[in-house]
Design a protein around this ligand. Structure first.
Ligand code: PHE
Length: 344
């Protein structure tokens, strides 16, 4: 029995020594085999010897063996963890292998432009408003002074989900929602996705982005509209930008004006310019004084309050600014296209 105890202790010492010298997972596996193998491991063969012992000695010896087995198991487990720890793996990295190519993204040009537009209006005290892309006929048309069956609806034709539900054709319905929900003074811009019944071509898409704006307060005049849009466009492009206002028509504004800016490509100096078709001008915004009927529709008294509104397409403006020849590029998700844009 004494002899047995000494041998168990000796095996423990030998194991500890061998473990301290183990350099990798493979040597751990060898140690595990030597000590714990069910067929011919050290523990197993010592267990065999127990058969010859007397009952009281057997239980003592059994305990000794168990302690040895647990010791070996525990130590091997801890050592295994050490060998698979991240710093050990790192040491094994082969620096001569070619590097892994990292995917890198870029902000989408529409997002960049939208943010730039938003920042200019935020600096003028506007806040940003959002609304649903699925709208009712009332908010998209009726409240904006498009009676049912009026031919003006043709220019804003869209996809209908039912007789009453449609994909909004502009973000103007959010202006109606804002005027219903709060009292003037109102100063908002409404960026968002809009839909039209269009076949995709280089200058049209059935889905695109707009930013619209609305100001309602006492004493708002056309001069406010002009001043705000001039400041906005000069900040967006450059200080000396030439701007002109042209009379136009929108059912929800009266009077209405389209806003043109000088051609950024030829600056009006090339009568064969493809971008402005030799006119020197490019239409960039729709605008006007909010029609008194629209104010009445949201219970704002047009005798007390007046307002102006405007709207622009983000892709169209970005195309002009970056000289992008085809609107479809925006949504083809080609990273080579998307990564090209930065804005100061
Ligand atoms: N809602 C118009 C459009 O989508 C743009 C616009 C907004 C025009 C506000 C005038 C005033 O074309």
């Amino acid at each position: 029995m004494k002899d047995f105890k000494a041998r168990v202790e000796d095996f423990k010492k030998k194991f500890d020594k061998a473990l301290a010298g183990a350099k990798d997972g493979k040597s751990l596996q060898e140690l595990r085999n030597t000590y714990l193998s069910r067929k011919k491991g050290v523990v197993k063969s010592l267990l065999e010897e127990l058969k010859a012992f007397k009952p009281e000695e057997k239980s003592k010896a059994g305990k000794m063996l168990n302690t040895l087995k647990n010791h070996v198991q525990k130590k091997l487990e801890t050592a295994q963890k050490k060998f698979t720890a991240p710093e050990t793996i790192e040491k094994k990295i082969d620096l001569t292998l070619p590097g892994e190519k990292k995917y890198w993204g870029a902000p989408h040009p529409v997002v960049l432009f939208q943010q730039k537009i938003e920042n200019i209006f935020i600096s003028m005290g506007f806040s940003i408003e959002e609304g649903p892309e699925i709208e009712t006929d009332y908010y998209n048309f009726e409240a904006l002074n498009f009676p049912p069956h009026h031919p003006a609806r043709d220019d804003w034709d869209t996809l209908y989900l039912s007789d009453d539900l449609l994909l909004r054709t502009h973000t103007s319905p959010v202006q109606i929602r804002a005027m219903e929900n709060r009292k003037p003074p109102i100063r908002i811009i409404v960026p968002g996705r809009v839909y039209r019944r269009e076949t995709p071509d280089p200058t049209h898409l059935p889905m695109f982005y707009q930013v619209e704006g609305l100001v309602v307060d006492k004493g708002i005049t056309f001069a406010h509209l002009k001043g705000t849009l001039e400041y906005f466009l000069k900040t967006l492009f450059y200080e000396k930008l030439k701007i002109r206002f042209r009379p136009s028509f929108f059912p929800f504004t009266e009077p209405s004006a389209e806003v043109d800016i000088e051609c950024l490509v030829c600056r009006g100096e090339d009568d064969k310019c493809r971008v402005c078709k030799g006119t020197g001008w490019k239409e960039i915004l729709g605008s006007g004084m909010v029609d008194p009927q629209v104010l009445k529709n949201v219970n704002i008294d047009p005798e007390k309050y007046s307002g102006f509104a405007f709207g622009m397409g983000i892709e169209r403006t970005a195309m002009f600014a970056f000289q992008i020849p085809d609107m479809r590029y925006f949504f083809e998700n080609d990273l080579r296209f998307i990564r090209q844009f930065t804005l100061k």
